[in-house]
Ligand binder design. Structure first.
Ligand SMILES: [Zn+2]
Length: 302
């Protein structure tokens, strides 16, 4: 029987997703996720909204994921869109150091440019300095408009601030940007969007053409039209399209673990050899159940 592959989705906004998504992801082989802090759709008006959101990413959401057998990590940062509210951005910057040390925070992110405004530039640079100070990885969101120039600028600014490119994941790549990212020694992540931008078929072609070194697949699933199963679905399409299993494992699991594992906080032993799910557990007296029989895997040995 074919051994079941394990997957990591290193960019997925689980707070916006349902428990059905967690169940489907676990079923499909997703063992770990990284949830970048980002924009919520509704612009925040108070620093307290950021604080509670960051607290949720290091508290409630890892608990919720654990109830479905998935290990949850996150990245903490001021997103590019909200960097444009400078009065609020200043207060958020003061909050960040309180969260970067938390045990599931594997990088500063997702940070970078949206409209490439002066305010976005200012807070991107400040957060790169923060990453250096904390010796952390950086997860960069590249703009969807003016993508190529924005991607190149993001990398140049990282280099200008003295970051090691192998500690920086540049996300939302496409065929136009990947070569430059790899040539400069950065890690190239690809967000698979259903029916638009980077689709699964295009991703298969990218791996065939550019190989699997320093390339990572993610779903970036959030509150918009997106697919939390993008990583396992792309992996299965790769296998069917003749991509070597070794390249599938690298792009859909191992590379993400190798890169984010440099944080010292993300380890395969967190999911391999875990005791499994115990839905009798509570977080601040809250359970994910609504009267269902709790699922308990306490007989699991490895
Ligand atoms: Zn995102």
């Amino acid at each position: 029987m074919e051994e079941k592959l394990q997957f990591i989705d290193p960019h997925v906004h689980m707070s916006s997703r349902t428990t059905d998504d967690y169940e489907a992801m676990a079923q499909a082989g997703v063992v770990a996720v990284i949830e970048p802090s980002f924009w919520m759709g509704q612009p925040r008006t108070q620093v307290g909204s950021f604080q509670d959101y960051f607290s949720s990413l290091v508290g409630w959401e890892p608990f919720r994921a654990s109830q479905f057998g998935i290990k949850h990590y996150c990245t903490i940062g001021l997103n590019s869109k909200e960097a444009n509210n400078e009065a609020l951005a200043e207060q958020v910057m003061d909050l960040l150091p309180l969260y970067l040390h938390k045990e599931n925070v594997v990088a500063v992110g997702e940070i970078g440019y949206d409209d490439q405004t002066p305010a976005e530039d200012k807070y991107f640079r400040q957060q790169l300095e923060l990453a250096k100070e904390f010796e952390m990885l950086v997860q960069v969101h590249t703009p969807h408009r003016d993508k190529k120039a924005g991607t190149i600028k993001s990398m140049e600014v990282c280099l200008e601030h003295g970051l090691d490119p192998s500690m920086v994941v540049i996300d939302h790549n496409n065929e136009e940007t990947v070569q430059e990212v790899l040539d400069r020694g950065f890690i190239a992540a690809f967000t698979i969007y259903p029916k638009t931008k980077m689709g699964n078929e295009r991703m298969v072609e990218v791996v065939k053409r550019f190989g699997s070194t320093n390339i990572i697949v993610d779903s970036s699933a959030d509150w918009g039209v997106s697919d939390p199963l993008a990583v396992p679905k792309t992996a299965s399409l790769m296998i069917r399209s003749g991509v070597a299993k070794e390249d599938v494992v690298k792009t859909c699991y191992q590379n993400a673990l190798d890169v984010f594992g440099k944080s010292g906080k993300m380890k395969a032993e967190h999911w391999n050899g875990s005791k499994g799910v115990d839905q009798r557990q509570l977080f601040n007296d809250n359970s994910v159940l609504r009267g269902q029989e709790p699922k308990v895997d306490n007989d699991k040995i490895v």
